[in-house]
Design a protein around this ligand. Sequence first.
Ligand SMILES: O=C(O)CCC(=O)C(=O)O
Length: 255
Amino acid sequence: MANFLKRDREAFWRDGFFILRGLVPEKECMGLRDIAQEHLAKQLAPIEYEVDVQYPGAPKNPDAEGGKTSRRLLQAFSRHKKFRDWAQAEQIGSILKTLFGSAAISLTQCHHNCIMTKQPGYSSETLWHQDNRYWCFDEDNLISVWLSLGIEEDENGCLRVIKGSHREKFGSDRFNEAQFLRADLAANNELVQESIPVELAIGDVLFFHSRLLHAAGRNLTKEAKLSLVFTYHTEENYPVANTRSARLPDIALEY
Ligand SMILES: O=C(O)CCC(=O)C(=O)O
């Protein structure tokens, strides 16, 4: 993979994330974006609505103003061949093999596997968390691949991350019952002060570790923000039986 360098691998394990700029041509991104817009316009299930998560800023109930605001088009892998092709692309597989140091990589259909949307008007704020909070695998060692289908910046609710936080061991007392960082702890607030925005342009791809602390604000612009997100693990890292991580079969990457 020509664009992927040894220093990217080092950066990934040092920082918990890295970005490959302009990896996907704009035309291809627009094609993916058009499919997502069509599914949103038709409200093609399964969809997670802002009201379902009740994060800060979300409408209080489905009948409230903005109550039908979508948050994620779920099951992206099953939605469209173009989403599947991207998820299984050779260039992504080869980067993941290098990052994990393993020849056998699987995609989980149980987590992310979605078009993440942030709609104008009624989007919510996602508080500080690690994705592993509700994921159940033998090891907390998964990588999410986030393809930006437009511009992502603070104003439209891009991700913010805390560099290197995937390497820290946080006690459970640092998190609330919903596994978000507690805002009433000085140590947490100091940590959050170090956060940086992940600004992306169309076709940029963010790779981030499942233990990386991240959050995102609301979309304060008039345009929807859309990203295609899949999560991967090595084949030796099994989902724990009878948990939400084992609800659907993994997809082994062939390359
Ligand atoms: O875009 C957002 O609001 C953040 C999404 C996120 O962090 C997640 O789904 O884990």
